[in-house]
Design a binder for this molecule. Sequence first.
Ligand SMILES: CC(C)(COP(=O)(O)OP(=O)(O)OC[C@H]1O[C@@H](n2cnc3c(N)ncnc32)[C@H](O)[C@@H]1OP(=O)(O)O)[C@@H](O)C(=O)NCCC(=O)NCCS
Length: 395
Amino acid sequence: MKECVVVDGVRSPNFRAHAEKGWARNLRIDEILTQVYEGLFAKNPKVKPEDVDALFCGSANQSGPQADIARLGWLAGGFPESVGTCSVGQQCPSGMAAVEFGARTIMCGEADIVIASGAEDMLVGRGGGGGGMDMAPRLAQRYNVMDFPMGMTAEKVGTMWNVSKKSAHLLSYHSNINAAAAVEAGKFKDEIIPIKGCVKDDGSSFVCDKDQWVRPNVSMEKMESMQPAFKEGGLVTAAGSSPLTSGACAVLLMSREKADALGYTYHIKYAGGSMAGCDPTVMGIGPLYAAQKLLKRKGLDAKDIGVWELNEAFGTQGVAVLRELGLGDEAPFKNVNVWGGALALGHPLGESGARIIITLNNIMKTDYKDAKYGLAMLCGGFGNANATLWQNVNK
Ligand SMILES: CC(C)(COP(=O)(O)OP(=O)(O)OC[C@H]1O[C@@H](n2cnc3c(N)ncnc32)[C@H](O)[C@@H]1OP(=O)(O)O)[C@@H](O)C(=O)NCCC(=O)NCCS
């Protein structure tokens, strides 16, 4: 088997998906994705678009501007027709699946240069909100489908795994504190591609190079005072939920030989991935099973992982997963989401699985240089979850 290394990873800022307040409200998601690809090639001039052997792009919603976004987004950006593309749909893990498919393609010897990307616009009416879905009636014989919406699953996980509203908010608090510190220290500078055509609240246009959601002045008191967002008397507030977000990202993967031949330096290689399923009405607990399966298959223990990225879809599920993995009882969980998580940064569904791998790579290259392993994991609608393991190439 060949080795697959991460040569680079870039992303757009995460934008609030809001018709009046979102800075990318005038941009289609395929346009944001195109700017991300352009940014990736500009940053890595040794790779020409025509040299790409395969391109994958994940999105949760596969309709509207996100219908076959891998092909149509690539072509709309003026990139070569000769590059084969594949859109990947696995709800929120779509972007992570895109990276896994890319890595496996390289390891099997079928490609040397792959772009694995993700893109999602959650603006309701433009892609967000699960529009166009038509569920099989027989599902209702098996499940209470009223429990399928993501917020309801977060309520159920919180109740079943005894996560209090306060514990969920504490995760959000530390997520925002970590993210704000990372922004302040310029940690995301290497991964964010400034996006042209953004609009401020007052309507003036600007080139955006920072995430829109992060709250440096986050307060537990404010969060605790917020009303439940999904269920009367429930645990989950807007502060305990990842917010509606739009964004795109792309990872440049190469076989180690190709990266060496082109003179690239790199820090991590793909060391394995795992998919797991669970009851769709508690989908947020899924990363626990995906991570456990992956660790077992690799003969590793949670203690062997130096740094973790867990996509915080909701505070309740994040706390439940991290507790069950034995990483602590309350936030701050050690070595987890050290530059913030989705509760602060946002979660553009099918994009996030690839985004957290980009951030994990940058964390392992800088603040956690000595870590041997990093693990990234996320849950997905209807009970899918993925986990990927990344190994320091020097260890
Ligand atoms: C929870 C949810 C319904 C709230 O949506 P919304 O009502 O549009 O609310 P917003 O996110 O705009 O937040 C409402 C207000 O609370 C504020 N708020 C959110 N989090 C906050 C925090 N931590 N501290 C202080 N204020 C906060 C927002 O800024 C906003 O106020 P503003 O408009 O004055 O800025 C929505 O974010 C949601 O559905 N999230 C889950 C998405 C999802 O399912 N993802 C998939 C996971 S698998």
